[in-house]
Design a protein around this ligand. Structure first.
Ligand code: ZN
Ligand code: ZN
Length: 395
């Protein structure tokens, strides 16, 4: 049964406002560390609600604080504000107006939902004991905006004791909550490989060291890390997403440069990956008389959801939305820079379904046609507000 003072009813009353905010951000997407317009709208809103507001945290991040009457625990709610450097493929009236940029990961919705959650909580008045912090972060898409905000003190003054975040998910029915404790998102590392051969005329390959067939062998051999060198029960992904080499059809390419990502769920396995990849690159290139450059960059860590904070999300869904609205989900090989928060304080990141069963809301995240069911926005806003409220009640 939904609890009497559920934030859900109040959130439903904000449906039109939630859509308006989300569509406005959708029309004017901004990439990582360029979220000046979005951050300005967020900051103005939080100030109007009477919150203490810090701007320029981690460059373009915003922190709002709803200060309680007495000292006590501090709970943090996070949203990300950045868009992607992908052209919007939609023709809806709220489609991106900025060439080559679009909100195709739902961060426009995340920002709108956290603005609404702040309004719902502020309307209920200052907490009796403890504080609620709102973190609107820049640059989630690969540029570690959460870490930048941590470096700028988002978890301090007052020190944060627990944190919640949500991410929209187009594979889950709209308004349904996906949760999981323990490892929930993969570590997302980056690799750069350069094969260095010797160029020449395409008709005289014997006078050259052709970097292109060597690169092809390297790519193929890298797939044996997952299939032959790793415990099948330990997930790992090695993807080469970019490859550049050569000048023309009648020229042997002297060099090929490749960029890729490595995803792991097990930190012990993650530590082994640089050496395993380098061994393959070295072995293959040396066997053909070429040389190489190899960089491995540890990037987003694994998101580990705290057991008891995750359980609070389940209870929150039951109390706020009614029974049967959440289910346990398996982890994803995706990366999330909420990981930087989750390794500092007990945290839970959960998924909000945004698929209403139509083709429009069935495209994957980062697809040019990605769109979400706005009916899920009040659900997410209520979940964030309630999770903070229930945490304060329990603490
Ligand atoms: Zn994304
Ligand atoms: Zn995202």
């Amino acid at each position: 049964m939904i609890e009497k003072n559920s934030f859900y009813h109040a959130a439903l009353d904000m449906s039109a406002q939630l859509s308006a905010w989300r569509r406005d951000f959708h029309r004017y997407p901004e990439l990582g560390y360029e979220e000046n317009r979005t951050a300005g709208i967020v900051a103005d809103h939080l100030k109007r609600l009477g919150l203490e507001v810090r701007t320029g945290v981690g460059q373009t991040g915003i922190v709002g604080l709803l200060r309680g009457a007495e000292p006590g625990p501090t709970v943090l709610l996070r949203a990300d504000m950045d868009a992607l450097p992908i052209p919007d493929g939609k023709t809806v009236d709220y489609a991106s107006t900025v060439k080559g940029k679009a909100h195709l990961c739902g961060h426009d919705g995340h920002t709108a939902m956290l603005m609404a959650a702040a309004q719902l909580l502020a309307a209920r008045g200052a907490p009796r004991k403890g504080h609620i912090k709102f973190m609107f972060q820049p640059a989630e898409e690969g540029l570690a905006g959460a870490q930048a905000m941590i470096d700028d003190g988002v978890l301090d003054h007052p020190r944060v004791d627990a944190a919640f975040a949500l991410h929209v998910k187009p594979t889950i029915a709209s308004g349904t909550i996906g949760v999981g404790s323990g490892t929930f998102y993969a570590a997302a590392d980056r690799i750069r490989i350069k094969i260095i051969g010797r160029g020449g005329h395409a008709a005289a390959p014997h006078q050259t060291i052709d970097a292109i067939p060597i690169a092809a062998q390297v790519i193929t051999a890298l797939q044996t890390i997952a299939s032959r060198q790793t415990d099948p029960l330990d997930s790992v992904v090695v993807t080469i997403g970019q490859i550049h080499g050569g000048f023309a059809s009648n020229v042997i390419a002297p060099e090929v440069e490749m960029n890729g990502t490595v995803r792991t769920l097990n930190p012990d396995l993650q530590k082994l990956m640089p050496a395993r990849i380098e061994r393959i690159v070295r072995g293959v290139t040396e066997s053909f008389g070429a040389t190489f450059e190899f960089d491995y960059k540890f990037s987003y860590p694994i998101v580990v959801n705290d057991e008891s904070i995750t359980d609070l999300v389940r209870q929150t869904a039951d109390r706020t939305l009614g029974l049967g609205r959440w289910f346990n989900e398996r982890p994803t090989m995706g990366g999330e820079d909420f990981a930087f928060v989750a390794r500092e304080v007990p945290s839970a990141l959960f998924w909000l379904g945004v698929n209403d069963g139509t083709e429009r809301t069935s495209y994957p995240l980062h697809h040019p046609m990605f769109d979400l069911d706005e009916n899920a926005l009040p659900v997410g806003a209520a979940m964030l507000a309630s999770a903070a409220w229930h945490y304060m009640e329990q603490a």
